[in-house]
Design a protein around this ligand. Structure first.
Ligand SMILES: Cc1cc2nc3c(=O)[nH]c(=O)nc-3n(C[C@H](O)[C@H](O)[C@H](O)COP(=O)(O)OP(=O)(O)OC[C@H]3O[C@@H](n4cnc5c(N)ncnc54)[C@H](O)[C@@H]3O)c2cc1C
Ligand code: SF4
Ligand code: SF4
Length: 623
């Protein structure tokens, strides 16, 4: 059975017809539906664009969201909100819960107060100099505040937001129009492909065993036929990846750069109030490769998080533990001392940007948002870009409807892709295209490359084309060579196999990371964080959405990166066997998809993990 095939007998499947069917409800779909809804109905409620499947009525638009609620979203967010403001010219931050205008933006280089991070000799030397010169430089609390923030990083005039709250607010605005249906809790399993065209989507089967075979109460997922299928399923969406497989990527494009973002939303201590709209970007700790952020919302609430990128070669890469070390850094403790965890979440971010852009449109389909390569890795911005691509598609769709033209590839390219090519999303995406290549050669080159790209408008960059993530992941023994003797690594492996303790934790302990002293406030166990994050029980009767494709690859794999990276501890090690997957703990971050150390076959860009459409995850309303 292929990755997107279903075990359901065709005869039992129900069918529904719409004019436009949409996959995923994130900022991209928010922009699309906001614009479309305003165009299909006149202000007096009469039909402006007539449906073909329900003559006399307005265009019939249905959107399916996988998560249990439209407020699913794990993100920062600090954004210039240019596209959002164009859609809502009267928008004030106060209208959206947890939103605040940006008050100040700072960038900190964090020294390592513990001495456990893996720093190059140059970086260690630089750290010594900074400590020695701390009286003459803006160095305090083991951090250097950069005297100047490059222009390309600024979000002046923008806002800090909670993505969950933004999504909920937008959904409210869209639903008020009555022109669109949004169905949360409804994962789409695949696009319906007929020849060169997409003719709609198939929802996931229910009442099936873990392997997807029919069980008691079997209910085959409905087929929803539509003249246009809009795919905005984000960075790891299975429908977008299916289209990449079927229609191929444009020449020279690939999705090789990723990060998993892991964040907390916290209540700051009453005696440490922070100004809403404060924005802090950090780099240097807990590892030089790990970037971090802290954004202050109204009500003394803050978002704080880190990104573990695909160019971090270490196989012991648990983002949750690294986040716990991060929030204890003295420069973060300025804000976070006495803080209490409200919620937590994790999600992948697609960092290939413009170079990861897939085919944007074809007969009967179009792609928008992060899965369409809109995220800008130079400016660290994805929400506004995703929103803008949704707006551009909706404008194109309305234009085609009004002129009675079909949603063919040529028409969508003229009406949507051309708009996108002429917009700031494209211009800025081009500038950012090679900005991160330097990270392939180390952190210092990466930072310099970013600065050069940003300052020269993308004309200068450093470093070669990125390689697929699995080519970067090092084996445990190789990575710790010179730090932990091979015999000791072997002993730790054996001890972990006996006790069930995760090897990555044991290795981090041995590398000098202190144990996390959980205080039940800011520092809680990973499993407690899952509950605080609003873990939604995966409903019974769905197939497993994480599948290890070739058991023999897992059995021979010593790196076990999928176990280390798993944001929900849903993947656990089975020594010398195939890791176990527990759907109840999965938060759908998608990190296992790009964190496998073994390519599926020689020359393949895909690892040994299939990440399919599934239910459950986090009810992440404020992340
Ligand atoms: C920790 C973190 C911090 C970030 N910080 C910032 C920041 O400060 N500023 C900024 O601008 N951007 C930031 N980003 C990036 C930003 O969040 C994304 O670029 C943006 O959310 C992309 O929007 P989207 O609509 O394309 O995709 P998404 O927001 O990913 O939405 C896609 C939706 O599709 C749904 N979906 C997926 N598969 C299916 C399916 N099969 N069926 C139905 N639904 C499906 C998902 O559940 C999801 O709700 C951050 C990201 C992370 C992870
Ligand atoms: S999924 Fe990949 S990283 Fe995980 S055990 Fe299998 S081969 Fe190794
Ligand atoms: S199993 Fe779930 S929680 Fe774990 S890495 Fe994969 S998607 Fe994330």
């Amino acid at each position: 059975m292929g990755e997107t095939e279903s075990a359901a007998p065709e005869a039992a499947r129900q069918e529904l017809s719409a004019d436009v069917v949409c996959v995923g409800f994130g900022p991209a779909m928010g922009g699309f539906l906001t614009t479309l809804a305003r165009g299909v109905v006149n202000p007096d409620g009469s039909t402006a664009v007539e449906s073909r499947v329900a003559p006399g009525l307005p265009l019939q638009v249905i959107c399916y969201e996988r998560a249990d609620d439209v407020g699913f979203g794990v993100s920062g967010v600090v954004t210039r909100a240019r596209a959002l403001r164009e859609s809502f010219p009267e928008l004030e931050a106060a209208q959206i819960p947890l939103a605040a205008p940006i008050a100040e933006e700072r960038v900190l280089y964090l020294l390592d107060p513990i001495g456990a991070s893996r720093r190059s000799a140059t970086l260690r030397g630089a750290d010594r100099l900074l400590r020695a010169a701390r009286f003459a430089l803006p160095v305090a609390d083991e951090a250097l505040e950069l005297p100047w923030t490059p222009e390309f990083l600024h979000k002046r005039g923008g806002m800090v937001l909670s993505l969950g709250q933004l999504n909920q607010w937008v959904a409210g605005q869209v639903l008020q129009t009555g022109a669109v249906q949004i169905w949360p809790g409804t994962p789409v399993s695949q696009a319906l492909v007929e020849g060169h065209a997409v003719t709609g989507v198939r929802l996931v089967d229910q009442g099936v065993n873990r392997d997807g075979t029919p069980a008691e109460g079997y209910l085959p997922g409905m087929d929803v036929k539509a003249a246009l299928t809009v795919v905005g399923d984000g960075p790891v969406g299975p429908v977008g990846r299916q289209l990449d497989e079927v229609f191929g990527m444009p020449e020279g494009h690939h999705v090789r750069e990723w990060a998993v973002g892991c964040k907390m939303v916290v209540d700051l201590a009453p005696d440490r109030p922070a100004k809403p709209g404060t924005v802090l970007h950090t780099f240097g700790f807990p590892e030089p490769e790990i970037f971090g952020f802290l954004y202050v919302h109204p009500g003394n609430v803050a978002s704080v998080g880190i990104f573990v990128p695909s160019w971090f070669d270490c196989p012991a890469r648990t983002s949750y533990r690294y986040l716990q070390h991060y929030v204890q850094h003295p420069a973060l403790q300025r804000y976070l001392a006495g803080a209490t965890l409200r919620s937590w979440g994790a999600k992948s971010i697609q960092e290939s940007g413009r170079r990861g852009e897939p085919r944007l449109a074809g007969d009967g389909w179009a792609r928008i948002g992060e899965g369409s390569g809109s995220t800008n890795v130079l400016t660290g911005s994805g929400v506004d870009e995703a929103w803008a691509t949704g707006v551009q598609l909706a404008q194109g769709v309305l234009e085609l409807c009004r002129s009675g033209k079909p949603f063919s590839r040529e028409n969508l390219e003229a009406a949507y892709v051309a708009r996108r090519r002429g917009s700031w999303v494209e211009a800025e995406g081009r500038v950012a295209e090679r900005a991160r290549d330097g990270f392939g050669q180390g952190v210092a080159t990466g930072l310099l490359g970013m600065a050069l790209s940003g300052l020269t408008g993308g004309k200068v960059s450093l470093g070669p084309e990125p390689v697929p993530p699995h080519e970067r992941i090092q084996g445990v023994e190789g990575w710790y060579e010179g730090r932990i003797p091979a015999a000791e690594v072997a002993a730790l492996r054996a001890e972990c196999a006996r006790s069930g303790r995760p090897l990555h934790d044991a290795l981090m302990d041995r590398a000098g990371w202190p144990p996390i002293a959980c205080d039940g406030k800011l520092l809680v166990s990973h499993q407690d964080a899952l509950l605080l994050g609003g873990k939604v029980q995966a409903p019974p009767g769905y197939a497993d959405h994480v599948v290890f494709l070739r058991p023999e690859l897992c059995k021979a794999c010593g790196a076990r990166t999928c176990v280390a990276i798993c944001s929900g501890q849903a993947i656990t090690d089975v020594p010398d066997g195939v890791p176990a997957f527990d759907r109840e703990k999965c938060v759908h971050c998608g990190a296992c998809l790009w964190n496998c150390s073994q390519p599926l076959e020689d020359g393949s860009e895909q690892g040994n993990v299939a990440f399919l459409a599934g239910a459950g995850g986090l009810h992440s309303a404020e992340n």
